[in-house]
Design a protein around this ligand. Structure first.
Ligand code: PLV
Length: 321
């Protein structure tokens, strides 16, 4: 068996969320992964396959994919270069450096940083680590669902899965995990923020859409184009993927409520998913008959390192002004 870098994360019942929804809510605590998010699952798996003998890895990232790549590279004894856009907060740059990575700040949004990472890989013979668009990432991310299946035990399946979408890697991994578990008919509620909504835009347009800009503060959801596989899944008749948006204010409010009620600090990218519960969106989908929960709601608490008390205060200042 390959070495793995991720840990089995806790599956916790949230009594406050359950009370709000009138249905059991389970939290898959991916915030407690080494490197701070679910990204380590896919990136760990990909690097095991592609980077063992590498001269070095280069990863473009809003932050968390980079954190995972830097962590895995250190464990493999391989140098890591992480390319982030200028929108990534300084605290992430610092954390990446603390993890031993070389950090380059290129462009305004992730797409700019990614172009640089691709040309660095080419020019310097480095292994390119994509943050969301690769079958090995999805295969690695799928382990989140096999763990959930093991934790829930035989005969129990989630009523729905609630998650965030950036470039769509987590979504693709969860779909694969649902397939593996024989849970294809479990609906997925796929959340983005307004201004980082490339999946929602593609679903609405019926084709891949490239956003002009990322205007949301949820920078780790800020890919301008969702990966093709995620878009294809949205059109697959065997799957039920509900794409919804919240505002940055709702995502921030969710981050704060989650901190107060669950005592856990997550970044805006994760707040987008949590906001579906706190803002009443899940309730509304139920009322409208678009979502029926025949089992517990599973929330993927994707986590994220782009947050601390100071960053939280900055966000409050920016968004609540
Ligand atoms: N973040 C990517 C892409 O950014 C990155 O480079 O870190 N939740 C958190 C905490 C994340 O960091 C991300 C992705 C997501 C959710 C969404 O996952 P995805 O991209 O697989 O849909 C531009």
């Amino acid at each position: 068996m390959e070495n793995r870098f991720h840990v089995n994360t806790p599956l916790l019942e949230s009594s406050s969320m359950s009370k709000r929804l009138g249905t059991a809510v389970y939290l898959k605590m991916e915030n407690s992964q080494p490197s701070g998010s679910f990204k380590i699952r896919g990136i760990g798996h990909l690097c095991q396959q592609l980077a063992r003998q590498s001269r070095g890895v280069v990863c473009s990232s809003g932050g968390n994919a980079g954190m995972a790549a830097a962590y895995v590279a250190r464990k493999l004894g391989v140098p890591a270069t992480i390319v982030v856009p200028s929108s990534s907060p300084p605290l992430v740059v610092q954390k990446l450096q603390d993890e031993g990575a070389t950090v380059k700040i290129i462009g305004k949004v992730w797409d700019d940083a990614n172009a640089e990472a691709l040309s660095l890989a080419e020019a310097e013979g480095l292994t390119y680590v994509p943050p969301f668009d690769h079958p090995l990432l999805w295969q690695g991310h799928a382990s989140v669902m096999s763990e959930v299946a093991a934790s829930l035990g035989p005969g129990v399946k989630p009523g729905a899965v609630l998650l965030s979408v950036g470039g769509g890697g987590l979504l693709c991994g969860v779909v694969q995990g649902l397939k593996d578990a024989g849970w294809m008919n479990v609906p997925i509620v796929a959340m983005e923020t307004v201004g980082a909504d490339c999946f929602n835009a593609a679903v609405k347009a019926g084709r891949l859409v490239t956003l002009d800009d990322i205007t949301s503060e949820a920078k780790c959801l800020g890919a301008k184009t969702v990966c093709r596989r995620a878009f294809e899944y949205s059109r697959c008749s065997e799957l039920d993927i509900i794409s919804e948006l919240v505002t940055d204010q709702q995502a921030l409010h969710a981050v704060q409520t989650f901190l107060d009620e669950e005592r856990v600090l997550v970044e805006m990218a994760c707040g987008a998913a949590l906001a579906a519960v706190y803002s009443g969106l899940i309730r509304r989908l139920q009322d409208e008959g678009r979502l029926t929960l025949s089992g517990p709601l599973l929330v993927i608490v994707c986590g994220g390192s782009s947050i601390n008390m100071e960053q939280l205060a900055n966000l409050k200042h920016k968004l609540q002004a």
